[in-house]
Design a protein around this ligand. Structure first.
Ligand code: PHE
Length: 330
């Protein structure tokens, strides 16, 4: 029996130990054979024999468990040593990532408005008719719905065509005053040099007691914001129409490529259209149950800004994920 303990001690790995275990504790192992000898032992010696055997078995079991734990620990250590990663190893062609120009442009916009205490709001991409259209003064069959090439889902929901529904959701949730922006993806059925089916908008909304917010506030913030984004540009307001604002204005900046002299990018007009804006239409306030308030809103396409700032000619290239393009924005 002594050499059984020695056998356990001698095992150098878990596989050998397992073989040893079967040899000792297994059905056909040494201990089983010893216990089987009980039959041949004279009755008066049986008790002492069994006691001795059980003590021996307990000792061997303890020895075995201890050995097993030691070998398992050793195995883990060996595995870890083999798997170790040398974090200091030189890897010749790793390259740092960078923000996508659209994200970077959007972050800059968010920074601007957060500094002025606007909150950043989000809304769902799959919208219902009420939030995307109806509450924005775009009732069913209104011809202005054609301004936006909508993706319709089978159940009557739409992929939001603009970030304006987030205005509605925020006003439904909060009492005035409101000072919010909503950055995010929007979807339209459009695909050419300057349109992709998914793009990003930032919506801006400010609402307070009637008379506190006027077109002058809108004009100030747009001029300040556009100079923050584009540098020293002239800003021009053109009367326009949006169902959710009245009066409405489209906003142009003097062409940043020719300083307003006229070039190919600005179609020789000297101006670049950058966003839509206006005073929130009373019908929008009615839809969210606001009374005695006034406010302004504007919405812009982030890609358009990114393209102008980085002089990117084809909008689609922003979504092709070509590293050769993206590397330039590191
Ligand atoms: N929602 C408009 C669009 O997508 C932009 C806009 C927002 C215009 C707010 C005016 C006021 O075209």
């Amino acid at each position: 029996m002594d050499n059984l303990a020695a056998k356990i001690e001698a095992a150098e790995d878990l596989k050998t130990l397992e073989e040893v275990r079967i040899g000792i504790f297994g059905k056909k192992g040494v201990l089983a054979a010893e216990f089987a000898r009980m039959k041949e032992i004279p009755n008066e010696e049986k008790r002492a024999f069994a006691q001795k055997l059980n003590t021996e078995k307990a000792k061997l079991t303890q020895l075995f468990e201890a050995k097993k734990m030691a070998l398992e620990a050793k195995a883990i250590e060996e595995e870890m040593a083999a798997d170790a990663v040398d974090v200091t190893m030189y890897h010749g062609h790793s390259s740092a990532g960078a923000l996508h120009p659209v994200q970077e442009t959007m972050n800059r916009m968010i920074d601007y408005f957060v500094a002025l205490n606007f909150s950043v709001e989000e809304g769902p991409f799959v919208e219902d008719d009420f939030h995307n259209f109806e509450a924005l003064n775009l009732p069913a069959h209104h011809p202005a719905r054609d301004m936006q090439d909508t993706f319709y889902l089978k159940d009557g929901h739409v992929l939001r065509t603009h970030t304006s529904p987030v205005q509605i959701r925020t006003m439904q949730r909060q009492k005035p005053p409101i000072r919010m922006i909503s950055p995010g993806s929007v979807f339209r059925r459009d695909f050419d040099l300057t349109h992709t089916p998914m793009f990003h908008q930032v919506e801006v909304l400010m609402v307070d007691e009637e008379g506190k917010i006027s077109f002058a506030n809108l004009k100030w913030i747009l001029e300040d914001f556009l100079r923050y984004m584009f540098g020293d540009v002239k800003v021009r307001f053109r009367p326009s129409f949006f169902p959710f604002t009245e009066p409405s204005a489209e906003v142009d900046i003097s062409c940043i490529f020719c300083a307003g002299k006229g070039c190919r990018v600005c179609s020789h007009t000297g101006w670049l259209e950058v966003l839509g804006s206006g005073m929130v239409d009373p019908n929008v306030f009615k839809a969210v149950g606001y009374e005695g308030v006034s406010g302004y809103a504007f919405g812009l396409g982030v890609e358009r800004f990114a393209m102008l700032i980085h002089r990117i000619g084809d909008l689609r290239s922003l979504f092709e994920g070509d590293v050769r393009l993206l590397e330039q924005f590191r």
